[in-house]
Design a protein around this ligand. Structure first.
Ligand code: FAD
Ligand code: NAP
Length: 536
């Protein structure tokens, strides 16, 4: 059986950088990727309007000065094709392709305690072994299947935003249904509305969305970035969300209403995710949160001509920010178009998909195409999809049946030499993910090099360290409003999934400090096993 130092699953931002970093450190590595190309999220999510919601200059790798100088982003928020081009450029620029096997899904992996290595199986029926097994499988890579019966019987075309076809989809002259108004729905709805003869938007829970204020990147902005890149990148690394959002330190309730409104207005005009930083207590104090929520609701009311439609678009059932705030281009205004109908599926739930459309409790909507913007089995979905067996044959999905348990979101007890990039219990989806990905990869690379220097063969978290970290993750999220929404952060979007708040919300900077301290203290909280020869 072929053997590698490291096998990595996934060739998105995480897998590509892990491959580059570990090979630079002298480890042999193989990447398996289920898709027919690299890019991960940006390979799969080709739906109309897809783009990043963290500014392109920040939502990109910082590990290579040359790369930073060579690549020029064209827009403040890059579109999916541009980000995919970038990731392909990275794969070529760093000679990664020969180490990546595409069209190959990892189906199972088992740890051999005697040999201290993993055997990894793929859907092609082949197996390889590796000393280390790294899961770069993505937090948002396993689309959630639509729960309604009948989709297969639908005679028109249907699509998942997260598995969009490669060929151009033309909705011209078509009656289209979009199910879902999360970030994917909110980005695609305005674009589809411009093409379709009629668009029906099936909304279950209204979302808070803020205009992206996207624009081409000006020469001045680029010049400023080129000059100050080093300090900007460092500021992002130690910031709460891994991005350059100006972070307010005071309470929303401690200032006069007009000062507060001005602050919200400033951030609305700046666009995108900047609202997250408006005041220090927005996500811990329900009253403070209400002020921001009401500000956005007022904006929604002002954008929509029909007051009844506006009312249905107002998010009221959860605090703002406890589901990811969406970033849009013309979303609310789309509902002023004559060819767009909002269908409130809370009032009239969808019952089934029929051969000709969707049936709700209020009757049937006949459509030619259905777009499922219904989200993902997030954070744990792709990890648990692989049948991973650790020490004593214990299965990861069984260990996590009451919710994921990790140490630092990077490793889990009972599964030696297995690392997760942006795993549950790390800031992951609560951050600019490229910053979090680079931090995890660098930390894992450092750990593997440290082990090699000491002839260590195995590493895994102690139970005590894991228990303490899980308690800390829960304690921190318990101080906040984040667990309150029925969001994918808690698994509430997937029927039957256990409800546990999965990301770490203590902040990217604080988390980085903790990880660095663990490494400095000889990988405190991890148990090491030595290679037989050196133990002797
Ligand atoms: P992914 O990009 O998801 O890559 C994982 C790869 O692993 C996939 O290609 C998948 O096919 C592969 N894989 C999984 N399981 C297996 C298996 N068993 N065998 C083989 N291959 C497997 N984050 C931000 O910070 N800012 C943004 O603006 C932003 N925008 C987003 C927009 C969309 C539409 C979506 C869906 C997510 C967005 N995210 C954003 C989150 C985004 O997922 C991350 O930023 C980042 O791209 C994740 O990179 P990754 O490599 O960790 O995972
Ligand atoms: P999502 O946020 O989970 O949204 C899914 C939407 O589908 C929700 O409105 C949900 O309603 C609805 N839905 C799900 N199942 C349904 C059902 N059976 N019937 C009716 N409605 C249903 O998923 P997403 O929009 O793909 O976004 C996921 C995450 O990916 C985002 O939060 C973000 O982190 C990332 N993303 C980012 C961008 C970007 O701007 N760069 C774009 C896309 C995605 P409920 O709320 O009622 O469950």
């Amino acid at each position: 059986m072929e053997h590698f130092d490291v096998v990595i699953v996934g060739a998105g931002f995480a897998g590509l950088y892990a491959l580059h970093r570990l090979r630079s450190l002298g480890f042999s590595a193989r990447v398996y990727e289920a898709a027919s190309g690299v890019g991960g999220t940006w390979f799969w999510n080709r739906y109309p309007g897809a783009r990043c919601d963290v500014e392109s200059l920040e939502y990109s790798y910082s590990f290579s000065d040359e790369l930073e100088q060579e690549w020029q982003w064209t827009e403040r928020y890059a579109s999916q094709p541009e980000i995919l081009r970038y990731l392909n450029y990275v794969a070529d620029r760093f000679n990664l392709r020969t180490h990546i096997q595409l069209n190959t899904r990892v189906t199972a992996a088992g740890f051999d305690e005697t040999a201290n290595c993993w055997t990894i199986q793929t859907d092609g029926g082949s197996a390889v072994s590796a000393a280390f097994f790294i899961l770069a499988t993505g937090c948002l890579s396993k689309p959630k299947a639509l729960e309604y019966k009948g989709l297969e019987s639908f005679q028109g075309k249907w699509y998942y935003t997260g598995q969009w076809p490669h060929e151009r989809v033309d909705f011209t002259g078509r009656r289209v249904a979009v199910i879902g108004t999360g970030s994917s729905g909110i980005q695609s709805i305005p674009v589809i509305a411009e093409q379709a003869a009629h668009l029906f938007v099936f909304q279950r829970t209204p979302n808070f969305s803020i205009p992206a204020q996207n624009r081409p990147l000006s020469g001045d902005v680029r010049q400023d970035w080129a000059t100050n890149r080093g300090s900007y990148r460092q500021a992002a690394r130690v910031s709460p969300f891994g991005m350059l959002v100006e972070q307010g330190t005071g309470s929303a309730l401690a200032v006069a209403p007009e000062v507060r409104e001005n602050e919200y207005e400033k951030r609305w005009q700046r666009g995108g995710l900047s609202m997250y930083g408006a005041f220090a207590d927005l996500f811990v104090d329900p009253q403070a949160n209400q002020t921001a929520a009401e500000f956005v609701r007022t904006k929604i009311r002002a954008a929509i001509r029909d007051p009844e439609v506006a009312e249905r678009l107002l998010p009221k059932s959860y605090p703002i920010g406890t589901k990811r705030i969406c970033s849009d281009t013309g979303y609310y205004e789309t509902f002023n178009r004559d060819n767009v109908t909002l269908v409130d599926t809370c009032a009239t739930p969808i019952e089934e998909i029929t051969p000709t459309g969707l049936r709700t409790t209020a009757g049937e909507y006949h459509v030619d195409s259905i777009v499922c913007a219904t989200g993902f089995d997030a954070i744990t979905g792709a990890l648990c999809h692989i049948d991973i067996q650790g020490r004593g044959g214990a299965r990861l999905r069984e260990k996590w049946s009451a919710g994921p348990r990790t140490y630092l979101g990077v490793a889990t007890t009972g599964f030696p030499n297995l690392f997760m990039i942006t795993g549950p219990g790390s800031p992951s989806v609560f951050s600019n993910m490229v910053v979090s990905i680079e931090q995890h990869v660098d930390w894992i690379g450092g750990c593997l090099a440290w082990m090699r220097d000491r002839h260590a063969a195995g590493i895994e978290p102690t139970e005590d360290a894991e228990n303490a970290w899980v308690a800390h993750v829960n304690e921190v999220s318990g101080y906040t409003l984040f667990p309150q929404a029925n969001s994918w952060y808690v698994g509430a979007n997937v029927p039957g999934k256990v409800r546990v708040f999965m990301p770490y919300v203590g902040g990217v900077g604080a988390y980085r400090e903790k990880c660095d301290a663990v490494a400095r203290n000889g990988y405190e909280g991890f148990a090491l096993s030595m290679a037989r020869s050196s133990a002797a």
